[in-house]
Design a protein around this ligand. Structure first.
Ligand SMILES: [Zn+2]
Ligand SMILES: [Zn+2]
Ligand SMILES: [Zn+2]
Length: 204
């Protein structure tokens, strides 16, 4: 949720938002030992995923994939947010200079995973995600399907065009003939493409 929230800061785009979410969860790859044995988990969690080298590599990868330096800054925020919240809210230290140094980092006043503040923060996260729907007219559905997201937030967005059937305000268009149409006169294909009634009939 933090990755999604940061990815909605001004200057982002759908690709940057996807990588922000990825960057905010990626450090936990070093928790993979969990699937093998408790000792492997203890030994590697907060090591090769939770350090500045991994952060730098991810930032460069994201900048290269998104072809922008803005993406580098977003990558730093997303990845850094994970390291910072782990250092303050997980009860585990973060080994920022792994593999060069074993120095453990904690934020001052850091608390454990079971501290009630972590439960509260989950609720805050939900509120932020909902606030972003209202403010940015965007839901995390965009991560799976931008088409589905556009449909869901369509009622909340401006309706600058006139539906070619009824003249009502519209912000959707037929993907076949290009004419604008309101939600009521929109037919949906399995691919989630929006089509007008006429084009649906012609195809049938
Ligand atoms: Zn972590
Ligand atoms: Zn209409
Ligand atoms: Zn059409």
């Amino acid at each position: 949720m933090l990755g999604w929230a940061l990815g909605n800061l001004p200057g982002s785009n759908p690709q940057i938002r996807r990588y922000c979410v990825l960057g905010a969860v990626l450090p936990d790859v070093d928790g993979i030992g969990f699937f093998f044995s408790p000792t492997a988990y203890d030994q590697y969690h907060h090591t090769f995923g939770h350090n500045l080298v991994a952060a730098g590599l991810f930032m460069l990868f994201m900048a290269w994939r998104c072809r922008s330096w803005t993406a580098l800054a977003f990558g730093a925020l997303a990845f850094g947010s994970h390291l910072a919240t782990d250092a303050g809210l997980s009860g585990w230290p973060v080994y920022l200079f792994y593999p060069f140094s074993g120095r453990a980092f904690f934020l001052s006043h850091s608390v454990g995973l079971s501290h009630p503040i972590n439960i509260h923060l989950i609720y805050v996260g939900y509120v932020v995600v909902i606030a972003l729907v209202v403010v940015c007219r965007r839901t995390p559905l965009e991560l799976i399907s931008p088409k589905l997201d556009r449909l869901v937030v369509s009622p909340l967005r401006a309706h600058p065009n006139a539906c070619h059937v009824c003249g009502r305000g519209s912000n959707l268009g037929c993907t076949v003939c290009g004419r604008p149409m309101c939600l009521r006169h929109t037919r949906l294909r399995v691919s989630l493409d929006t089509v007008c009634e006429e084009c649906t009939r012609e195809r049938a």
